[in-house]
Write a protein that binds this ligand. Structure first.
Ligand SMILES: [Zn+2]
Length: 557
């Protein structure tokens, strides 16, 4: 996903935040203290009714009926028991309804609690077995109001009047359109089948590979059978229904031959064939920085949609007007953003950070968005050099609001601040400066994607990994940028040859090494919260902090 474009909304929320901060809570409360509701707890935690079973495979079948804006389908869930269990939590949001649950040929009892269905098995299933439960459901799903941010189903029409239907569900959750275990930590280890039935004149494009199409001439429908062989995050699953045409190419990459498929509406094809030449360029750059594309078995697809774009695994969606920039904007304010197609680069970057490495809890969403924002400047660096890359990531600091911490609220499906994008990217750019060894830094980025290959992780795992591989304790650096809204302030004073300095606005024990430039010459210092003084070899005429570090500076009084 990308950051919301609606600037007035951001300003409004800042105002509300400041207002609430001063007049309701008084000082020193993060503004995120809204009590966690029962529904949020059920959604955002590993409840006992989730913990005993591990998803192995989803076999999802959904019929889309645009005339009534309704859907009807089933999800056959294959699971392995980690513990004995008899009560299962399945998530499906209102107004959709579970109509029937089948286990071993007989119907099971179930009851509803908001967006959760409690399913009771006839007898306890022992630990260590593989089993299957079939969930049948139907209804008129929530319509998306501002996709992809406020998601659901978009029952749209293309420019020629044909149905153009998309699903989007990041944040709100996949259970807005299909029943599943709707939390990040558990992905189907063996992948998923996605069988989508549509009016016979339309095409469905979902994730993975198209294995076949059935035509029901009497019912005037077609069913598209898609298959994903790798684990997939729930919100990455999507259905795109329209008058699609396609073409393909092969990319020779680090994993061999990668099948690339492009799906567009007929009148988009000419423009798309030009713009989508960005795809192999993107793959080349990201395989350099992050290692091989994580889903060779499932291929790579780019699919046009009516909203800006989303990182749907192995079927990245695109709605960026076939022009460079991000919907005619440059998020870095430097002009560099107009050199590439933002949506192709950003959303595809998520194949590594988001889809290959996925968060267990939505509070750690920065693992997706911070790294993928950072990936944009690595793409720039790969094609236009290190200075342009730095200009891009530094320029994007203008988007940072420091309204609330990047890490959200655990156990409640609550993301942190939108600063996870640009501040997350700038934190990683800063850490690269601390590591001060570009090959080592690249090996850490590749290593993350290798050692956490197809896994769900916590921020603690990512932080510990980078610290260990860098050989530098970065714990306080992560604490500062991920868990506070304060940007470190370097206070300094120069007198003759003497330079005095200290950090302010930092977490206790923060001692991040810093590069500074004294009389035009680079120098390393390690400020702390106490004043330190060093002697330069000559009288200090100019002193600046290396701009690549995301810190501010001011006079030491
Ligand atoms: Zn994103």
């Amino acid at each position: 996903m990308t950051t919301k474009r609606k600037i007035p909304r951001v300003i409004a929320s800042v105002f509300v935040f400041v207002f609430a901060f001063h007049f309701v809570y008084g000082p020193a409360i993060s503004g995120q203290e809204k009590p966690i509701s029962r529904q949020e707890t059920l959604r955002g935690t590993i409840t006992p009714e989730r913990a005993w079973w591990d998803v192995l495979h989803y076999d999802l079948s959904v019929r889309f009926m645009p005339e009534t804006r309704s859907i009807k389908g089933s999800n056959f869930i294959t699971f392995k028991t980690l513990l004995p269990g008899s009560r299962m939590q399945i998530d499906l949001q209102t107004p959709l309804n579970v109509t029937k649950v089948i286990h071993g040929g007989s119907e099971l009892k179930f009851e509803r609690e908001g967006n959760v269905f409690w399913i009771t098995f006839d007898k306890e299933i022992p630990q260590g077995v593989e089993d299957r439960v079939d969930i049948y459901y139907e209804g008129r799903p929530k319509a998306a109001t501002n996709p992809p941010w406020d998601g659901g189903v978009t029952w749209g029409r293309d420019d020629l009047g044909n149905w153009y239907i998309n699903t989007t569900c990041e944040g709100i959750g996949a259970s807005v359109w299909w029943p599943n275990k709707d939390i990040g930590y558990d992905e189907p280890d063996r992948g998923m089948k996605i069988n989508i039935t549509v009016p016979e004149n339309l095409v469905d494009v979902s994730n993975g590979r198209l294995k076949g199409v059935d035509h029901d001439a009497q019912g005037k429908t077609k069913t598209y059978h898609w298959e994903v062989t790798n684990p997939i995050n729930n919100y990455g699953v999507n259905a795109n229904i329209g008058n699609y045409v396609n073409w393909s190419e092969t990319f020779e990459g680090l994993g061999g031959k990668l099948d690339i498929n492009y799906w567009v509406l007929p009148h988009q094809k000419e423009a798309a064939m030009k713009t989508f030449q960005e795809v192999p360029r993107m793959l080349k750059a990201f395989e350099h920085w992050f290692g091989k594309y994580p889903f060779y078995e499932d291929g790579y697809k780019l699919v046009t949609v009516a909203y800006p774009g989303m990182e749907h695994q192995s079927s990245v969606t695109y709605g960026n007007y076939f022009r460079n920039g991000y919907r005619d904007r440059d998020v870095s304010f430097t002009g560099i953003g107009y050199k590439f197609d933002f949506i192709i680069v950003h959303e595809s970057g998520h194949e590594w950070f988001g889809n290959n490495i996925s968060m267990k809890d939505a509070a750690d969403m920065w693992i997706h968005e911070g790294f993928t924002n950072y990936a944009e400047n690595l793409f720039v660096e790969y094609y236009w050099g290190k200075k342009e890359g730095s200009d891009y990531v530094i320029g994007s600091r203008k988007n940072i609001t420091n309204d609330s911490p990047i890490i959200g609220t655990y156990g409640a499906n609550r993301e942190g601040s939108g600063d996870m994008y640009y501040k997350g990217g700038n934190m990683l750019h800063t850490i690269r400066q601390i590591v001060n060894d570009d090959e080592k830094w690249r090996s850490i980025l590749v290593g993350l994607n290798t050692d956490f290959w197809h896994q769900t992780v916590t921020t603690q795992q990512v932080e510990a990994y980078i610290t260990q591989k860098a050989g530098i304790d970065l714990g306080k650096v992560f604490d500062q940028y991920l868990r506070t809204t304060k940007i470190p302030l370097l206070q300094y004073r120069t007198e003759g040859n003497k330079i005095s300095f200290k950090y302010d606005r930092v977490v206790p024990g923060f001692a991040m090494p810093l590069k500074v430039v004294v009389n035009g010459k680079p120098m390393s210092i390690t400020p702390t919260e106490s004043v330190q003084s060093i002697d330069a070899t000559e009288p200090v005429k100019t002193f600046e902090v290396d701009r690549n570090f995301y810190v501010e500076s001011a006079a030491l009084l």
